[in-house]
Design a protein around this ligand. Structure first.
Ligand SMILES: [Zn+2]
Length: 216
């Protein structure tokens, strides 16, 4: 079990860190260089000589979540069975962390905090695996709404819990740096499913944790 876990984590890291074989890095660099040239940026400037390569590599890394389509395959191994008679199987499990990603509309960063809660049905998952699921999804282009829904979908697929709640708060650079230039462009997204929708008490329990721990 231990060995399998280490092996999978290494594979996961490699997938997340390395460029996809299908991305033509040279072509990407060429086009990014051309984009800078069209913006009349002085490409002879010593600060910019290597910029198309750096830009290409960072874009490849920040979209590497697309390499990884079968999240279920990776995380299945970490599941632990728990029975309905077991009190810990009825309790709300809450895991929080941070994320950073790129918005699909402007390819500018947005980032913030997530708080995820679920009520187990028959399975629980190692606490560190939820942030890994978020990590795979955040390395794609998206909206905050999509990110929260995609994370909820993946956890749903893996654990089939009684209920799942995903709260995300985010600061959007596309709102801070351009257009309206709103300094306080903080957005909140809440995805509630299963007994977080049907049971008022469960929902309130989760929302009180969000109100305590979710930074705004
Ligand atoms: Zn945007």
């Amino acid at each position: 079990m231990k060995a399998t876990e280490e092996l999978l984590l290494r594979d996961d890291n490699a997938i997340l860190a390395g460029p996809r074989p299908s991305v033509d890095r040279d072509q990407l660099m060429l086009h990014l260089r051309e984009a800078l040239r069209l913006l009349h940026v002085d490409m002879e400037d010593e600060n910019l000589i290597d910029t198309p390569r750096r830009w290409a590599d960072s874009l490849i890394t920040m979209t590497s979540g697309y390499d990884f389509t079968d999240v279920k395959k990776l995380t299945t191994v970490f599941k632990q069975a728990c029975s309905a008679a077991d009190a810990s199987c009825q309790n709300l499990v809450v895991i929080g962390g941070t994320y950073k990603t790129l918005c699909a509309h402007h390819i500018l960063p947005f980032f913030g905090q997530f708080i995820i809660g679920y009520i187990p049905e028959k399975q629980i998952i190692g606490a560190s695996k939820i942030p890994r699921i978020v990590e795979v999804h955040m390395r794609r282009l998206q909206s905050q709404e999509h990110l929260a829904h995609d994370v909820a979908d993946t956890i749903q697929k893996i654990l089939e819990p009684q209920g799942i709640a995903v709260w995300m708060g985010g600061l959007h650079m596309c709102m801070v740096m351009r257009g309206v230039e709103q300094e306080s462009s903080f957005m909140e997204t809440n995805v509630l499913r299963g007994n977080f929708l049907s049971d008022e008490r469960t929902r309130q329990e989760f929302m009180s944790i969000v109100n305590r721990k979710g930074s705004r």
